[in-house]
Design a protein around this ligand. Structure first.
Ligand SMILES: Nc1ncnc2c1ncn2[C@@H]1O[C@H](COP(=O)(O)OP(=O)(O)OP(=O)(O)O)[C@@H](O)[C@H]1O
Length: 419
């Protein structure tokens, strides 16, 4: 598995969607299930045999923050699509609350809901349902047409978005004259054209071959980087989740078993299920030096390579190998710690779990970066990875994750560079 860690704009903290205690139960008298502790305690199979009901979403709570890519991941049948469809009530929730920008989604009437789906939270499906007899441009303009935007304006806006998704020159083609990947781009452009606050993606790339899929993933990352648009992305593909997600909600049997950054999920799995899920992930491509570093000591030279705290272990390995010396983890001219070949190797080998790695110390004045003064070296301690979604999840009652993964905003991912 090869992962490319992209550079992102940091999302802000404000929630766009806020979900609390959400349930979706399919089956007869579904409404009694969330309210009955005897039934909520049953396993999915027991619940089915006792009541004929399937709890597709079970007591799920989370926020989607403005500007983040929030990934909902899990195996087939874990409840991903049901959960995301509940956000705009394409599926009616059974219990719980959903708010968008503080507005109660469950209280919306039909016209408000239509407005929500058309303007505020547009869905991009795996099968886009493009109109076969319309051109690319008219397909993209379709959402604007429904909104009542005049012909000239909608064609102009559609042309801009078509160019943005890399389809300039193909405006007059019909869907049948496009490849699968190009059709996906048209669907993406159609959702973007209405300029929604949130884009909801339901496994949009799962039918694509691997190379086109990677192209589309990069397209999403690029669009996100350029526009900072909030995105909710469903996938059952772990590498896609790690690549795209600022935070990932990992679902199992309708529950969110862990919610956290890719680094938290890989570095501090909440339970054996998550551990098994991430077992084959190349840790060095996901974990950052912030969680791998050791305190700097007086014996460390104040020179040599410097990497940012967000640099991946893999990037630090390259820097250390090139220089033949430990690298200093520098933030704003302050030395937060040091990574040497021993520390880096132990991360690769998985012999030092990040949660057991030493908490970063106060910045070490003895090892300032070149060009900084010891007075610059006054960094605050950096929390070890133990203070992560995993820890918060574990602390939640009844094994329920609660509103986990929300204590710290996701970090931007950056390439290492001399600082
Ligand atoms: N309309 C329905 N009636 C009854 N059960 C349903 C209905 N829709 C979904 N389910 C059940 O709810 C559970 C969650 O389904 P859901 O489609 O949300 O899972 P998913 O994680 O999106 O799966 P996939 O990756 O295969 O799309 C499954 O057990 C499914 O069989």
């Amino acid at each position: 598995m090869t992962l490319t860690v992209p550079t992102r704009k940091p999302p802000t903290d404000a929630p766009v969607f806020s979900v609390d205690g959400l349930w979706k139960v399919f089956g007869p008298k579904a409404g009694r299930v969330p309210a009955d502790p005897e039934l909520t305690g049953l396993s999915p199979a027991e619940l089915r045999s006792r009541t004929g009901c399937t709890a597709a979403v079970r007591d799920v709570s989370f926020d989607v923050r403005k500007g983040e890519v929030f990934v909902v991941m899990g195996l087939s049948g874990s409840g991903k699509s049901t959960l995301v469809r509940c956000l705009t009530r394409l599926i009616e929730p059974t219990a719980g609350t959903i708010a968008i920008d503080g507005e109660d989604v469950r209280a919306m009437d039909k016209s408000r809901l239509r407005e929500l789906r058309r303007h505020r939270a547009a869905m991009v499906f795996q099968h886009f349902g493009l109109l076969p007899h319309r051109t690319v441009l008219d397909n993209v303009a379709y959402g604007l047409e429904i909104q009542g935007v005049g012909r000239a304006e909608r064609r102009e806006r559609a042309a801009e978005v078509v160019a943005k998704v890399g389809l300039a020159g193909m405006e007059k083609r019909r869907p049948g004259q496009l490849s699968g990947g190009q059709r996906q781009r048209v669907g993406l452009a159609r959702a973007l054209a209405v300029d929604p606050e949130v884009l909801l993606f339901d496994e949009p790339f799962s039918a694509l071959d691997p190379l086109i899929r990677r192209d589309m993933q990069e397209e999403v990352v690029r669009l996100h980087r350029e526009e900072g648009r909030t995105m909710v992305f469903i996938t059952h593909d772990l590498s896609e989740a790690l690549k795209l997600g600022d935070r990932i909600a990992l679902m199992r049997d309708g529950r969110v078993v862990q919610l956290g950054t890719p680094e938290e999920i890989v570095g501090s799995p909440a339970d054996d299920y998550v551990r098994e899920f991430v077992r084959d992930v190349p840790r060095e491509q996901v974990l950052t030096v912030r969680t791998a570093m050791r305190p700097a000591s007086g014996a460390d030279p104040g020179t040599g390579p410097a990497v940012r705290p967000e640099a991946t272990v893999s990037e630090a390995i390259e820097a250390v190998a090139r220089a033949g010396a430990p690298a200093r983890v520098m933030d704003d001219g302050r030395c937060l710690g040091v990574v040497d070949s021993d520390v880096l190797l132990s991360v690769v080998a998985g012999t030092t779990a990040p949660e057991t790695a030493p908490t970063a110390p106060e910045a070490t004045p003895a090892a300032p970066a070149a060009g900084t003064t010891p007075a610059d070296a006054t960094a605050k301690p950096v929390p070890a990875a133990a203070d992560t979604a995993a820890a918060r999840t574990a602390a939640a009652p009844d094994g329920a994750p609660g509103k986990s993964g929300q204590a710290a905003p996701p970090r931007p991912r950056t390439s290492p560079e001399a600082v």
